[in-house]
Design a protein around this ligand. Structure first.
Ligand code: BT5
Length: 255
């Protein structure tokens, strides 16, 4: 696969293609320690041990977009999550532009179309946060029966939504360009620009939610994210809970 000249400043200056890898994030984390030039991208046609958050497995059959970007944002460890938000924005924009589907964001980093997850993002820092690896997985051209069934968390692929395959090269090109732009905004104007754009594209805000946090479930209304990307939930008794890591389920009215 050849992407041609991306015209980006940082993201995608070097691209390494692999037919099959255990996990693009694992290789990128190892390469970052060498180090390799900032903006290097690792792409795999399939992953045999793709990873989600909290040690979960990520199904990565052929036909999807599985890649990791090596960045050095100079953010303190507690702000690294903002890069994950920026990646979610970039993936949603790339899907909108390439397919016309109305992709929206679910906290922290999922991209949903018609309420179903089509993108997962895993941002991981090396110790000391000198390097951050942003892993992005897009269910592009995947038959629905090649994806797991997860109760309470509907998911699908772009191919299933559209009824035809997507141009994966165009999707990757758009993704890397959008991420490059988002990264430039983050470096020039700081976190607030990323937060503003995330709020505009968010499906989670203003919604009644269940959030699973460390073995417990909290119920309330998600009303904002803070400067570190944490979700702010107003509980039913009026108190505000700040959620740094957790799984959100959005509730229908009345549930
Ligand atoms: C994520 O985790 O959503 C982050 C996924 C990041 C994947 C990319 S691909 C490139 C890079 N290399 C890697 O090894 N990883 C990154 P989380 O929110 O924890 O969601 C994981 C859960 O989603 C799993 O427990 C399953 O229930 C479900 N799941 C697994 N595979 C899926 C898929 N392809 N599409 C949608 N949901 C999936």
């Amino acid at each position: 696969m050849a992407l041609g000249d991306l015209g980006t400043r940082v993201v995608g200056r070097y691209i390494r293609w692999h037919d099959s890898l255990p996990s693009t994030n694992d290789l990128a984390l190892r390469l970052a320690e060498i180090p390799v030039p900032e903006g290097t991208v690792i792409v795999a046609e399939e992953q045999t041990a793709g990873r989600g958050r909290l040690g979960r497995a990520w199904a990565s059959p052929r036909g999807g977009v599985w890649l990791s970007v090596i960045l050095s944002p100079g953010l303190p460890m507690d702000k690294v999550a903002v890069l994950g938000l920026a990646a979610g924005i970039a993936a949603a924009q790339a899907i909108r532009k390439t397919t016309g589907l109305l992709a929206r964001l679910k906290w922290p980093n999922d991209v949903l179309v018609e309420g179903q997850k089509v993108v997962g993002i895993l941002a991981e820092a090396t110790p000391g946060a000198d390097w951050v690896v942003v892993g992005i997985g897009i269910n592009a051209n995947i038959a629905p029966d090649a994806l797991p069934v997860v109760s309470g968390h509907p998911l699908t692929s772009l191919q299933a939504l559209l009824g035809h395959v997507v141009d994966r090269e165009a999707l990757i090109r758009a993704l890397l360009r959008e991420l490059d732009q988002g990264y430039a905004v983050l470096r020039a104007s700081g976190i607030s620009g990323v937060l503003r754009q995330w709020r505009e594209m968010a499906e989670t805000l203003g919604r009644r939610v269940h959030v699973e946090v460390a073995g417990a479930t909290i119920h309330g209304t998600a009303f904002d994210i803070d400067g570190a990307g944490a979700l702010l939930v107003r509980l039913d008794d009026g108190a505000v809970q700040r959620v740094v890591a957790g799984d959100v389920r959005m509730r229908e009215a009345g549930s």
